[in-house]
Design a binder for this molecule. Structure first.
Ligand code: ATR
Length: 297
C-alpha cells in the first residue's frame, strides 16, 4: 500500500479514525478512507487496530481517552461493543450490531450500523426495495442486517432461506413484531414448496459465506434461478461467485458486494467528518487494492 502511505502528512492537528477487529490485517478500509482523506485534503488518518476479544472494553476506553474521533468495528466485535456504548442509532438497535462508532469531544460514544444502509444504497442503484418480495439466503448477523434494511426500505415480504431452518425461524420471529407491515417467511433450502416461494421472489440476496474461496459452492440450486430475478451477492472476493456466474448465465441482472463495502465506508466517513465523500472514488480505491493483492498472489 505504498501508494497511500507516501502521500500522508501527519500534523499536530491530525484527527484519527480506524477499525478494530480480530484479525484486521486484511481490511481494505484503511486504503479506502486514507485515499479519500487525501483527495478531499482532510487532515485525517485511518489506522487498523487489532483488538483481542478479551480487550474490547479496554480498547474502547483507551480509544475514547485518546480522542480518536471514531472507529469502524469488524468481525468479531460488532455485537460485543454494544454494551459499552452510550447511545445507539435506531438501525444499530434493531440490527443488534454496530460497525461504526463516533466519539464526541467529551468521549461520549454513539454506535451506528452503516452496513445495512450501505447495502440498501448499493442494490437500489439497480432495483427498488420498496414493495419488493426479497429472499435473503442465510440467517446469521449479516442476514439480520439486510432483513432490517429491506424492511426499513419498504419490502413487502422477506423470505429467509437457511441451511439450518431453526435459525431462519428464530430470525423471522424476532423481526416480525418490529415490522408488522412486512411478511417474514422462514424457509428451508430444499423442497418443491420452497422452490415456488423462492421463484416468486424478485430479489435474491446471498448473505451466507457460500461462494467465498474458503467456502466454495452455490447457496441455492442453480435451476431455482430465473431471468426475471435480480441477484445480489454480498461477497466480493472472488468478484464473481458461482451464484453470480450462474445468475448471469440464466439471464438475471446481478451485482457483487464491492459497492456495499464502499457505501458503508462512505456513510461512516460522513458520520465522523461531516464531509460527503465520493463513493465511486472509494470503490475505485478498493478495486485498486484488490488488483494489487491479486497481482502479488
Ligand atoms: P455472518 O455474521 O457473517 O452472517 P454467521 O452468523 O456465521 O456469519 O452466518 C453464516 C451463514 O452462512 C449462516 O446462515 C450459515 O448457515 P447455518 O445457519 O446453517 O450455519 C450459512 N452457511 C455457512 N456455510 C454454509 C454452507 N456450506 N451451506 C449453507 N449455508 C452455509
Amino acid at each position: 500500500m505504498a501508494m497511500q502511505a507516501i502521500q500522508m502528512i501527519i500534523t499536530g492537528h491530525t484527527k484519527v479514525v480506524g477499525v478494530i477487529g480480530h484479525p484486521v490485517e486484511h481490511s481494505l478500509s484503511p486504503g479506502m478512507h486514507n485515499a479519500e482523506f487525501e483527495r478531499l485534503g482532510l487532515d485525517w488518518v485511518y489506522v487498523p487496530f487489532a483488538v483481542h476479544p478479551d480487550r474490547v472494553e479496554t480498547a474502547l476506553r483507551g480509544i475514547a481517552a485518546l480522542g480518536v474521533a471514531g472507529i469502524n468495528v469488524t468481525v468479531p466485535h460488532k455485537q460485543a461493543v454494544i454494551r459499552f456504548l452510550d447511545e445507539l442509532s435506531p438501525e444499530a438497535r434493531r440490527i443488534g450490531a454496530v460497525n461504526t462508532i463516533r466519539f464526541g469531544d467529551d468521549g461520549r460514544s454513539v454506535g451506528f450500523n452503516t452496513d445495512a444502509p450501505g447495502w440498501a444504497d448499493d442494490i437500489q442503484q439497480d432495483i427498488l426495495l420498496e414493495g419488493s418480495a426479497v429472499c435473503i439466503l442465510g440467517a446469521g448477523g449479516a442476514s439480520r442486517g439486510l432483513c432490517v434494511a429491506a424492511a426499513m426500505a419498504g419490502s413487502r415480504s422477506i423470505s429467509v432461506c437457511n441451511r439450518t431452518f431453526e435459525t431462519a425461524v428464530a430470525l423471522c420471529e424476532s423481526l416480525q413484531p418490529e415490522f408488522p407491515e412486512v411478511l417474514f417467511r422462514p424457509c428451508r433450502m430444499e423442497g418443491d414448496e420452497v422452490r415456488e416461494q423462492f421463484r416468486a421472489c424478485e430479489i435474491i440476496v446471498n448473505a451466507t459465506s457460500v461462494g467465498m474461496a474458503s467456502n466454495p459452492g452455490i447457496p441455492v440450486p442453480a435451476d431455482w434461478l430465473h431471468q426475471d430475478q435480480y441477484v445480489y451477492d454480498t461477497i466480493y472476493t472472488p468478484a464473481e461467485t458461482e451464484l453470480l456466474k450462474t445468475a448471469r448465465q440464466r439471464g438475471c441482472a446481478a451485482r457483487n458486494g464491492l459497492g456495499m463495502l464502499a457505501r458503508q465506508g462512505a456513510l461512516s466517513f460522513e458520520i465522523w467528518t461531516g464531509h460527503r465523500p465520493d463513493v465511486e472514488r472509494m470503490e475505485a480505491a478498493i478495486r485498486r487494492q484488490l488488483a494489487e493483492r491479486n497481482g502479488k498472489e
